[in-house]
Design a protein around this ligand. Structure first.
Ligand code: G3H
Ligand code: ZN
Length: 282
């Protein structure tokens, strides 16, 4: 299947009341596993590389992005490539050349006026480069060094403010703070579904749920029914990968071949992706 654009995947999902699962990719094994899991479930997916993952790869986006794109291009389902959680405008400017069709500009931790002005500039630039741009209003916490909690009062996305923000910036999708939090290793987040519904009614563009690893299957299904069109999942893959690698290393102390444990990790991610796809993408 060819690589398609994030715009196409999210628009068709939103029009049909579905959501697109978007999985964070850190290494080639992740990309192989995400595409295998998506193909097994026969569900289109977004593969997203975060600014933090780019930093891990010596701050070079292109080598990983080109390889991920090639893996995605040859799998059996539609896929798109997204640059996630960008704060560095220098990195944003490399996105189109590295093969991304979209990016998330992450200014949700900034005060409203600053979020508005930096996001407006990012959206104008991204649209000039043909990129679909996601922004964040409210604050989905939980990232390393995060200054506030997504569960604190006043942090969640306000529908009237969101409508104004979208009108003023022209962004294509909005990440909303509705009770999820990044990097949760247990699925105990409690989403405000009533707020998601009010945001969907107020905002004319697709809504994005971040921190979805912390949300139960039922919570995800309900969030999609309430109006979420893109579901970001990262930590759950790391949990599955790490557990499988740890078990593999424990079970074969004499092995010095990384393929033995990386292969187990890859299988674990693939199965996790297949399960999420059956919940989120169907
Ligand atoms: O943008 C990425 C996601 O929000 C992933 O969040 O790692 O908590 O699943 P998570
Ligand atoms: Zn996120």
């Amino acid at each position: 299947m060819p690589l398609v654009s994030t715009r196409e995947l999210v628009a068709s999902a939103a029009a049909e009341g579905r959501a697109v699962p978007a999985f964070n990719v850190i290494t080639l094994e992740y990309a192989e596993a995400v595409t295998a899991g998506a193909a097994a479930a026969d569900v289109p997916v977004i593969l997203q590389i975060s600014e933090n993952a780019v930093r891990f790869h010596d701050s070079r986006a292109k080598p990983l992005a080109l390889a991920v794109a090639e893996i995605a291009r040859t799998c059996g389902v539609d896929t798109a490539l997204h640059l996630d959680h960008v704060t560095d405008t220098g990195l944003l400017r490399t996105a189109a050349d590295a093969g991304f069709s979209s990016a998330m500009f992450d200014a949700g931790a900034q005060p409203y006026a600053e979020n508005l002005s930096t996001t407006l500039a990012a959206a104008n630039w991204a649209h000039g480069a043909g990129l679909w741009l996601e922004a964040e209003l409210g604050y989905v916490g939980g990232k390393p060094g995060a200054p506030r909690s997504a569960h604190a009062a006043g942090v969640r996305t306000d529908p009237l403010e969101a409508a104004q923000f979208v009108a003023d910036t022209g962004v294509d999708a909005l990440a909303v703070a509705v009770g999820s939090s990044h990097a949760m290793t247990e699925r105990s987040a409690s989403l405000d579904h009533e707020l998601i519904g009010r945001l969907r009614d107020a905002v004319p563009i697709p809504l994005v749920l971040h921190g979805s690893s912390g949300v139960s299957d039922d919570g995800l299904r309900r969030a999609i029914r309430s109006g979420i069109a893109k579901v970001n999942i990262g930590t759950a893959l790391g949990v599955a990968f790490t557990r499988a690698v740890r078990d593999a290393l424990d079970s074969m102390p004499g092995s010095a071949d990384p393929r033995h444990y990386l292969g187990r990790g890859r299988e674990a991610i693939s199965e996790t992706v297949r399960q999420y796809c059956s919940v989120v993408g169907s």
